[in-house]
Design a protein around this ligand. Sequence first.
Ligand SMILES: Cc1cc2nc3c(=O)[nH]c(=O)nc-3n(C[C@H](O)[C@H](O)[C@H](O)COP(=O)(O)OP(=O)(O)OC[C@H]3O[C@@H](n4cnc5c(N)ncnc54)[C@H](O)[C@@H]3O)c2cc1C
Length: 481
Amino acid sequence: MTDTAKRHHVVVIGSGFGGLFATKGLKRSDVDVTMIAKTNHHLFQPLLYQVATGILAPGEIAPATRDVLSGQKNARVVLGEVTDIDLANKTITSKIQRRETVTSYDSLIVAAGAGQSYFGNDHFAEFAPGMKSIDDALELRGRIFGAFELAELAETEEERERRMTFVVVGAGPTGVEMAGQIAELAHRTLRKDFRRIDTTKARVILLDAAPQVLPPFGKKLGEVTKKSLEKRGVEVILGGLVSDLDERGLTVQFKDAEPMRIESGCKVWAAGVQASELSTTLSEQTGASLDRAGRIAVNPDLTLPGYPEVFVVGDMIALDNLPGVAQVAIQGGKYAAKTIKGRLAGKPQLKPFKYFDKGSMATISRFSAVVKMGNFTLSGIIAWFMWLAVHLAYMTGYRNRVYALGHWLVSFLGHGRSERVITETQIFARRAINRLDGGTAAVASAPADWNKVRAKLEAKAEQESALTDSGKRGTHESAAG
Ligand SMILES: Cc1cc2nc3c(=O)[nH]c(=O)nc-3n(C[C@H](O)[C@H](O)[C@H](O)COP(=O)(O)OP(=O)(O)OC[C@H]3O[C@@H](n4cnc5c(N)ncnc54)[C@H](O)[C@@H]3O)c2cc1C
């Protein structure tokens, strides 16, 4: 086993794009790397909407980080949510259930990403999940397919309409992709599966406060996307701000018109991001400012003021108006790894971090996408094939690429969707856990209680076996019955 005490120790927080590429960037270095992340997988967020709409299975876009890094002998993976970063003492505290772990570092790379922002209306989250995690995608899958099931059972036309009204809030790439896929489900995939409802009558609404769809793609592509969505049965409502949202629907406020109430059983929140709370911890200790989305201002070399050994990369940073996209995180992670390697080798400091923009793309529906690369723009089927090639190339693992390609053939050429399993757990378990003080820690025993719990279980086992021996339980009882 490697002696972690002797070698330079790099701690990486997060197993997303920034964290993974930073860790891989240190593969052939004379350092030990500990990656601490609150999920056991590396999530390919751009394809979350396909898990939510039954095209892909979670494992295809979220391979286990241990598996991905199994060949990298200097890397160790630790599961846990980082609750504190102590810059003065160079320690990280992470927690899983009630177990707390403190890890020391020589260099630190923070890549904890961003969560959903409800713009101060966090209570909306209960009825309009965001799209940031596998839990989110599975909950949405449960809600989307569940909405059709409940519509089939509805006793009144009013209820049927409410159940079959889907509202996606936020007309960025994620919102466009979700709305396009829900419309495809309603108009194509589920068309023949129900007996009492006509799924093609479902209302799919894409809503945004901005005056156009896909603002970062420019006016022309925004208009192309809007028309393409409308052709596929999506209603696009622009310039409307969600002022209220509850279990049964939402209220939309307009600048020069009366508020509009939309009755809807299934809402998806794809608007706004908020950087990980770890940026606040870092800001308090360094004085680095936070922007409105909670992103922390970093030096041009991605370090924190006064702490050259601490790098922050990806969605958490505010630097030169860089967008919250995968390439910023990937390139930032690689840059931080290269800087650490260079320092240890006594090489001169690298030039400031420079982002190379490889372009953006979004799918509208099958065989339809938009692509923007600098001034070059493209839409339609060729753009869709470009989207397909790029996403296949960036997925982690050969196996996942093969599985995903198979599922895409089934879904896009045929009518099927192989990942339509829904369970009540997907929708309700997370809500139940969130209501517990202390979350999952409230249902797990503390290490100090282990002996007590074990003694209780052993006593119970003895009791049970005595009942079995006396013929009051187990095979004797059922044989008698
Ligand atoms: C639905 C969706 C679609 C997207 N589509 C595209 C796209 O098409 N193209 C594109 O370029 N970008 C897209 N993005 C953006 C892109 O995914 C992000 O910019 C990128 O993932 C950022 O990488 P990151 O490493 O900063 O954060 P993430 O990839 O979010 O990783 C953060 C990591 O930190 C961990 N973490 C968070 N908090 C803690 C904590 N306290 N303790 C321990 N671990 C923690 C998380 O578990 C995770 O492993 C999309 C994002 C979403 C949500």
